[in-house]
Design a protein around this ligand. Structure first.
Ligand SMILES: [Fe+2]
Length: 346
């Protein structure tokens, strides 16, 4: 089946081009000119166009050259509001205060620079594939996840902005199309994922694959920290399309999961299935590698797209990225639920 995974070439003051080198996603620009002001003006006139383009492109939308956001961070929050009813306030999100932008608490700072000091993932071994490419496929490439999947309801969309990227060739972000991966599942895997439920957890609880393999004792968890169940086949609330919704080592629960009702633990039948699904979902025919330039904004739908960070030389380069998260439309499965991650007083 041939599927056009991008929007019409022009709509509502924007032009949409195929994303170079990618099997999905779209590259958007304002018809009236380059820069942030043109994008904001077109988005104000036609607020539904960018979200519709993202939906048409299977959940990946790239805008480039938005250098002005660096000195006008609230514009990033305004752009984020196009993609859903609520932009997360990171002061409520159980992240270290050093990662929250001091003036705009809707911005999470992802950086190896102090005080955030978050180090990049390890370099894959070997660093390139046999044909000399950057590895994307699990398990050569690790760290694939959907943002904050350990919450119910999980968030909708993330916006990731390059304040200060690394030189190209390192520090990329990889994206995988969960819709295309679902549609291309071999029959045996398709049968196994129907109705399957994943158990997602945050790191630091002693329940990740690394922690379980290291023999850590899982610590007792308060209600707001506990692993959460999520459907492995997620139905998008706007398009109705089905996507694989999975993470791997650092964001699935390897004590009781990764799947409800299957043999648990890192050597169980559940792990074997997860590895097979993750290998499939991150096949190069479903993935895109984004090489960052200053001023790039990548908008991705966590309901249908997986992603992972890559290594960069943190001894030589300072990298500063800003992220916002939009939530409020997770789908009917979550209707009326209290937020699992908030500390409740009663
Ligand atoms: Fe992420």
């Amino acid at each position: 089946m041939t599927q056009l995974r991008r929007p019409p070439a022009r709509a509502g003051g924007f032009c949409f081009d195929p994303l170079p080198g990618s099997p999905f996603g779209t590259l958007a620009r304002a018809e009236s000119g380059a820069g942030l002001a043109a994008v904001m003006a077109a988005a104000e006139r036609s607020p539904d166009v960018l979200p519709a383009a993202m939906d048409a492109a299977d959940g990946l939308l790239v805008l480039r050259g938005l250098l002005e956001i660096a000195s006008a961070p609230r514009r990033l929050v305004e752009l984020s509001r196009l993609f859903g009813p609520e932009v997360e306030d990171y002061r409520l999100a159980l992240v270290p205060a050093s990662m929250v932008h001091p003036e705009v608490p809707e911005i999470l700072i992802v950086s190896n620079v102090a005080p955030v000091s978050r180090q990049p993932p390890a370099r894959p071994v070997p660093p390139l594939t046999a044909d000399g490419r950057l590895p994307t496929q699990f398990p050569h490439r690790r760290g694939w996840h959907s943002d904050q999947s350990y919450r119910r309801p999980p968030p909708d969309v993330s916006l990731f902005y390059a304040m200060q990227p690394t030189p190209q060739g390192q520090g990329q972000t990889l994206y995988a199309n969960g819709i295309a991966a679902y549609e291309a599942l071999p029959p045996e895997l398709a049968r196994q994922v129907e109705g399957l439920v994943g158990l997602h957890t945050r790191s630091g609880t002693g329940r990740t694959e690394q922690a379980v393999r290291a023999g850590e004792t899982p610590r007792p968890l308060a209600p707001h920290e506990r692993p959460q169940r999520q459907p492995v086949v997620r139905v998008h609330p706007v398009t109705g399309r089905r996507a694989l919704f999975l993470c791997e080592a650092g964001q699935m629960d390897w004590v009781d999961g990764p799947f409800v009702g299957m043999e648990p633990g890192p050597d169980g039948a559940g792990a074997e299935l997860l590895y097979a699904l993750m290998r499939h979902a991150t096949d190069p025919r479903f993935t895109y590698t984004h090489e960052w330039e200053r001023g790039d904004l990548v908008i991705y739908d966590n309901r249908t797209v997986l992603h992972t960070a890559t290594w960069f030389d943190a001894t030589a380069h300072e990298r500063v990225m800003w992220r916002t998260t939009v939530m409020g439309n997770p789908g009917p499965e979550y209707a009326g639920e209290a937020r699992s991650w908030l500390v409740r007083s009663s």
